[in-house]
Design a protein around this ligand. Sequence first.
Ligand SMILES: [Fe+2]
Ligand SMILES: [Fe+2]
Length: 303
Amino acid sequence: MTPDPLRSAASAAAPSLPSGNPYALTVRKLEIDLSAGFDRHWHGGDAFLSQYLNALSMSFPVGEQSFIDAVRDCAKLLPRTPATAALHDAIAQFIGQEATHRHIHGLYNAQLEKQGLVNRWQHWATARIDYATKRGVGPRHFLAVTAAYEHLTAVLADHMLRHGDALGQADPKMQTLWRWHAAEETEHRAVAYDLYQALGGNHAWRIRWYAYALLLFCVDSGRQTALNLWRDGSLFKPATWWSATKYFWGKHGVVWHCTAPLLAYFRRDFHPDQEAVTAPGQQTSAIAQRWLKEHDESFRVVR
Ligand SMILES: [Fe+2]
Ligand SMILES: [Fe+2]
């Protein structure tokens, strides 16, 4: 990895942001109690789906802290003007949302540890972040990686929110946790990207870091899920592999649902808030807001 070639371009760039506040983010504290734990196969008895989502949860505390750090470091480079006020506000709310996600997934992961699972993903991620920091990789590169993961998470969140069967049989408190997280990922999906663009972010580096993030996500989620299934004794059961096949290639499979929106990030005119044309009320943002409204007893608004 090389030092930050974005710096000179960014310092010369004049932020160009939408007028008004296009974000309107809310920080919410989820009111669920994980202290009593949950079943090993909390996802309707399905070993693969439980351990795959457990693997994702394992990545969040370290991953989301690095997103917070990247956005906070780069926010210091964005001048405070009337034109950037909405983005600065959104950044503060983004940090609040990701901090609550980190906290709740920390509690979740403590239960996984009690179940005998071992979180390796956090160490892989920490080692890479430390390596990049020691090599002097600049904050805008970390921000490009953050924007990349934010798009990936938003696409997966869309799949989760849109297809009820993705969580339909799961423990109700785990459904609430995952849908709350998915809804907030949808709400704040543009913040890191808009900050990157406002700082004059370089298109080629945005694409390079996205390809890197996609590859790493596939490798890390695959190996952590396999490790979880192995420790769980489910790795070599046919039902596990059948469930994985359906998750990726079934009727509402991730491959069919997510490939086009994931590839859209490579377009030069991409923006995270662009959505495929759907019937009114069926945009992901509308589905997320509807879920938050219908489940407002599940959380407390912090700010
Ligand atoms: Fe998050
Ligand atoms: Fe996020």
